[in-house]
Design a binder for this molecule. Structure first.
Ligand code: C2G
Length: 183
């Protein structure tokens, strides 16, 4: 996707060679839709853990695959928003499940940081680097901001097959869809 693979902000070249050897690299990931104070706090805290912050912004298709169906800003807008915070030294795009392990190795990352809503979920990365769960900012989220302007898609299910029975449970993990009735 149009040179989006790795977008250096300051880039390692901006640092003297001796600095890059000893520098502590931190990586974090997210969608950063409708960028808000919670994201900004997270990025500030992640940056404070080290010297160089890499931010992985989810690609639109990857978000759809993981059930985020109502993301408002496209990946370019979300990259721009993260860039504007000034905390990211480098922005990369997250495209696939399992990319985190590849990135940590590829960029020689010391610390993986993520909000505490993911507590425990990324412990498997401890095999590759330090894992830090940062406090999540209460009272603000992209979902809240989206809900102020849109409503969930409300659906009714009619049918008796396996798919119809599975749908209500599976719809729970998707954002933006609410099952109102089944028959
Ligand atoms: N965040 C936070 N406080 C909030 C909202 C979000 O600290 N009120 C943090 C999240 O914990 C995450 C980051 O901000 O570390 C980005 O949040 P989202 O854009 O919601 O992205 P998310 O779905 O958490 O993606 O595979 C992991 C994902 O890429 C993280």
């Amino acid at each position: 996707m149009l040179g989006l693979r790795a977008i250096p902000q300051k880039g390692l070249d901006a640092y003297p060679a001796h600095f890059s050897k000893g520098m502590k690299k931190v990586i974090t990931y997210g969608t950063y839709d409708l960028l808000h104070q919670g994201h900004i706090n997270l990025l500030r805290r992640a940056k404070a853990l080290g010297d160089y912050l890499i931010v992985g912004v989810t690609n639109d298709s990857f978000d759809r695959e993981r059930g985020k169906l109502n993301v408002r800003n496209n990946v370019l807008e979300r990259v721009e928003a993260v860039k504007a915070t000034g905390f990211a030294d480098q922005i990369i795009i997250e495209d696939y499940v399992g990319q985190k392990i590849d990135d940590i190795q590829k960029y020689d990352v010391d610390i993986f940081a993520i909000g505490s809503d993911w507590e425990g979920k990324f412990d498997y990365l401890k095999e590759y680097c330090e894992v830090v769960y940062l406090p999540r900012t209460e009272g603000i989220s992209s979902t809240m901001l989206r809900d102020e302007t849109t409503q969930d898609v409300k659906v009714g299910i009619l049918g008796c097959g396996r798919v119809a029975k599975r749908f209500p449970g599976e719809a729970d993990v998707f954002s933006g869809v609410k099952v109102i009735s089944t028959y």
